[in-house]
Write a protein that binds this ligand. Structure first.
Ligand SMILES: Cc1ncc(COP(=O)(O)O)c(C=O)c1O
Length: 384
């Protein structure tokens, strides 16, 4: 067989998938290693997708998405972040993952560097490698509560750096970047003339702290604006399989965006777009119910960890708890989660799935049922 491209050969195994697939094939296992919201889709959302098929509205849509959906995303962003953006800056994409690929395709040439968080979501590195760019990890240290520090990021900037990747609320940390740090990060990008890609997948789920988008501190003048905001309905409405997200772009890039969109996917499936429109414009009560459920799971699991003396980061957002199991993991948390699944029947994502700083840590998904979550966490060995 001829060789595969080098950049594909070098993409590492996704350790979340590795442990989760092992858990799925373990009868009776409690799976706390994956972030899949358990809520059923509301009827009006399903109906909107089905009605689109019934109308036989199954042709191509405009590259950037149906106008009503672009406007719904823009209106929501205006309302939540107070940022005055128009629908022409919104591109409907096949989930946040494609939005990230899309933004990186527009910004990164081969050999360019992108600064990504460590610990951070694994595809930030995978996607940039696929584009022949170079992911450079900026550290989020336990002693700083895993918050980004400007001097750590600034020290990594070279003439090849093009992009700073941000993710708040964070997967895997549940950490939320403060308004002041967000402002400083945008100022840093301006000082070094860099782009920002802001992954705001979990924007709907913060607990007692606001979610502040870097777009608030960006210029809105074409040629000066530098923030790309990646949004998804996968987490907010629990519709991961419909594959709908949005990328909000700096103004003035419309033609270039259309070209990139055309060459990657042309447009997103129309039934998914109509379902998304119904989700964004219909009743929102199930989003607040989901938030209350995650908060209650966070509180219950945090209390159990505290009882066992296991250190963890107090989650301010998303639906994950980041816990320190270095008292049992023996310096190899990836091997330890496999052994723990075999011995105790519970899967957690190993911290090393998210970068080297995750050694000794696990990510506990809070999005399932509470009893199962507590049964799983109860099996963790206490710290003496
Ligand atoms: C931080 C982060 N970004 C992007 C994604 C991809 O989301 P989507 O399903 O919208 O592609 C996820 C999914 O888990 C995520 O956690």
């Amino acid at each position: 067989m001829p060789e595969l491209a080098a950049h594909v050969r070098d993409v590492p195994v996704n350790q979340i998938r590795e442990i989760t697939e092992a858990a799925w094939s373990t009868p009776g296992a409690i799976v706390l290693s994956i972030g899949e919201p358990g809520f059923a889709l509301p009827r009006h959302v399903l109906d909107a997708g089905i009605e689109c098929l019934d109308r036989d509205e199954t042709n191509y849509t405009p590259n950037a998405g149906i106008p009503a959906l672009r406007e719904a995303f823009a209106a929501r962003f205006r309302e939540q972040q107070g940022v005055n953006i128009g629908a022409e800056r919104v591109y409907v994409v096949d989930g946040a993952q494609q939005g990230l690929h899309f933004a990186m395709s527009l910004l990164l040439s081969p050999g360019d560097e992108i600064l990504i968080p460590n610990p951070g979501y694994p595809t930030f590195a995978m996607t940039s490698r696929l584009l022949h760019a170079v992911p450079v990890q900026y550290p989020l240290y336990p002693q700083n509560d895993f918050q980004p520090h400007m001097e750590d990021i600034e020290a990594l900037i070279t003439p090849k750096t093009r992009v700073i990747m941000l993710n708040s609320p964070s997967n895997p940390l549940g950490a939320v970047i403060s308004e002041e740090s967000t402002r400083q990060l945008v100022e840093l990008a301006v000082r070094h003339d860099l782009w920002i890609i802001s992954d705001e997948c979990y924007e709907a789920f913060t607990f007692d702290v606001p979610h502040v988008s870097p777009a608030r501190f960006d210029s809105h003048v074409p040629g000066e604006a530098r923030v790309f905001t990646s949004l998804t309905l996968s987490k907010t409405y629990g519709l991961t399989g419909l594959r709908i997200g949005a990328l909000i772009c700096p103004p003035g890039l419309e033609q270039k965006m259309n070209n990139v969109m055309e060459s990657i996917v042309s447009c997103v499936a129309s039934p998914s777009q109509y379902a998304a429109l119904a989700a964004l414009t219909g009743p929102q009560d199930y989003v607040s119910r989901a938030r209350d459920h995650y908060r209650s799971n966070r509180d219950a699991a945090s209390a159990l960890l505290a009882e066992k003396g296991i250190p963890f980061l107090g989650a301010q957002g998303a639906f994950y708890l980041w816990a320190d199991v270095s008292h049992v993991s023996g310096g190899n948390v990836r091997a330890w989660v496999r052994a723990f699944l075999a011995d105790s029947g519970v899967s957690f994502a190993p911290g090393t799935a998210f970068g080297s700083i995750g050694e000794g840590w696990i990510r506990i998904a809070l999005c399932g049922g509470q009893q199962e979550l507590l049964d799983g966490v109860a099996r963790l060995p206490a710290k003496a």
